[in-house]
Structure formats: structure tokens, C-alpha cells
Design a protein around this ligand. Structure first.
Ligand SMILES: Nc1nc2c(ncn2[C@@H]2O[C@H](COP(=O)(O)OP(=O)(O)OP(=O)(O)O)[C@@H](O)[C@H]2O)c(=O)[nH]1
Ligand SMILES: [Mg+2]
Ligand SMILES: [Zn+2]
Length: 269
């Protein structure tokens, strides 16, 4: 249990904590969490884009697996972009993990992210595990995605003892989620995966365009020349944005502006 002196300090999956007391785990023993370590990364979300209350989803994760089914439920680029924004703002490396390739053989979905240097891996039931393991081994990785995309199914293949419940696809925005709590599981090959409950919405009220740009050092430097309050979207919103002056990088600028557009779209679903 948490020590009283921690007050309302949130403790989330992935946190490093100091514990005192009886750590044997025997019946009637007690250990207390007395300190939460400083987090090296923080994945945060809000309920929607106006909600002032932000919650920490996971601490210290190095990588964010954005898990998206190619069908059932149908994929949405907006969700991936928003998850990427949250990853960059929190210091995590985003990776797109596509499932259910068997249900939607030839998909154009991933091509939307061609200019974003986004690593893409297939993690569905028919896909080999090695490419997934190559990305996970030795790291703390958080799985994030809508309900029913196959997060727990993949976790069970990676950590057979995990025995995570998997469920029917209930349709985004309705029905129940199969996983209701986040759980961190050690990979046999080293590292950890965190299975999280399906997200309905992913609000970004706490993130500014500059938080996103900061993840791209070359662009961040250039934006020092932007006018105050520049949202870096370019004309017409920002006619004097310095990103427009970056020779040879306009592909990248356009790609990052897609993320910034998702951030300002105020469409948390
Ligand atoms: N056809 C097909 N079905 C899959 C694949 N991956 C998962 N499923 C099925 O999709 C359903 C939902 O899978 P889950 O692993 O429970 O999904 P989840 O993302 O953990 O869902 P929540 O816990 O609600 O967030 C199950 O019936 C799985 O068998 C796949 O690659 N192909
Ligand atoms: Mg699940
Ligand atoms: Zn700008």
C-alpha cells in the first residue's frame, strides 16, 4: 500500500518506487511505497482536449507501441497521430504496431506515415514474433490502442504465462473493454511490456505545439525565429512560421504539421 505521506501523488505502472516493510508477500504482511522515483518519460492523456485534468498513463516507458487493427475495428489515422504527439511530448519513441493483417490484406493505412520516420511492425496473430521481439527486448514498452485491436492477444504470445483475458471486439466507443487494468509483464528475452485497457479517447489538452516540435531538434532550433505564439502550422494560420524557411526539409515539415494539425483538431477520438 502507499504510505500516507505520499498524499495524492499518483503512482502508475512503470514507476520506480522505494518500498519498506515486509516484502515476503506472505499473508498478513505489509509493505508500503514510501517514495516514487523521478520519471524519465511520462505518457499523459486527458479525457478530451479541453479537460484540465491530466492523468499519467505510464511512467518510464521508453517505447510506445501504438497498436492499430487494420480491420475490426477499422483503423483511424487521427488516433495514431495523437498517440505520436503524446509520445513525443512525453519522451517516448512511438512505434506503429499493426494487427489483423489477415482481415485486411492490402492496406494503404501505413503509407500515411511515410514521412514521419515511424517504425512499423506487424503484430497480428499470423505475424512472426521475431520482428516484434527485436523492438521490445531490453526496453520498457507500453501498448496503447482502442479496445479490441489485439493488445492482450499479442502480449499473451510474447509472455505465455501472462494469461491476459482476450475478448470480443465490441465496437469503438461502446461495449466493454476486456482489459480493465494496466499490467507490466517481464519478457522472457529481457525488458517489459505494459498491457493497458483500450482507450476510448485520447485528449491532448496538456500539450502545446512547442512540446511536439521539441522532439525534433533540427526543427526546434529553427522555430526560435518564429513569432511569439506561432503554432507552426504555416500559412494562413502562421504566415511567418520559420519552418517555411527550412530548405530541403519541407517534406519533414509537412509531416510534422500533420501531427500538429491532429493536436489542434480537438477531436480526441
Ligand atoms: N483475425 C484476427 N483477430 C485478432 C488478431 N489479433 C487479435 N484478434 C482478436 O481480436 C479480439 C480482441 O483481442 P484483445 O487482445 O482482447 O484486444 P485488446 O486490444 O486487448 O482489447 P481491450 O483489452 O478491450 O483493450 C480477440 O477475439 C482476438 O482473438 C489478428 O491478428 N487477427
Ligand atoms: Mg486487452
Ligand atoms: Zn512557427
Amino acid at each position: 500500500m502507499r504510505a500516507r505521506e505520499l498524499g495524492r501523488t499518483p503512482i502508475v505502472v512503470g514507476d520506480q518506487v522505494d518500498v519498506v516493510g515486509d516484502l515476503s508477500g506472505r499473508p498478513d504482511t505489509l509493505a508500503r511505497i514510501v517514495r516514487v522515483g523521478e520519471r524519465s518519460t511520462v505518457l499523459r492523456r486527458t479525457a478530451d482536449d479541453t479537460d484540465p485534468f491530466e492523468r499519467v498513463v505510464v511512467g518510464n516507458a521508453e517505447r510506445l507501441f501504438i497498436v492499430v487493427a487494420l480491420a475490426d475495428p477499422p483503423p483511424r489515422t487521427g488516433f495514431v497521430e495523437r498517440a505520436m504527439v503524446a509520445a513525443y511530448a512525453g519522451g517516448l519513441e512511438p512505434i506503429l504496431c499493426l494487427t489483423k493483417h489477415d482481415l485486411a490484406a492490402d492496406s494503404e493505412f501505413a503509407s500515411a506515415f511515410d514521412d514521419l520516420d515511424l517504425t512499423i511492425v506487424y503484430g497480428g496473430l499470423d505475424d512472426p514474433l521475431e520482428p516484434v521481439l527485436d523492438l521490445l527486448t531490453g526496453h520498457l514498452t507500453c501498448f496503447l490502442g482502442h479496445s479490441g485491436v489485439g493488445k492482450s492477444t499479442l502480449v499473451n504470445r510474447l509472455v505465455p504465462e501472462a494469461d491476459r483475458a482476450v475478448g470480443e471486439v465490441s465496437g469503438v466507443g461502446k461495449g466493454k473493454h476486456t482489459s480493465t487494468q494496466s499490467v507490466a509483464l517481464p519478457l522472457p528475452s529481457g525488458g517489459w511490456v505494459i498491457d493497458t485497457p483500450g482507450v476510448r479517447s485520447f485528449g491532448l489538452a496538456h500539450i502545446t505545439p512547442d512540446d511536439v516540435i521539441a522532439a525534433f531538434t533540427d526543427l526546434a532550433e529553427a522555430t526560435e525565429d518564429c513569432p511569439r505564439g506561432c503554432t507552426h502550422l504555416g500559412p494562413p494560420a502562421d504566415p511567418e512560421c520559420a519552418l517555411d524557411e527550412l530548405a530541403g526539409k519541407q517534406h519533414r515539415v509537412a509531416a510534422i504539421r500533420l501531427l500538429l494539425t491532429a493536436l489542434t483538431a480537438n477531436d480526441p477520438w
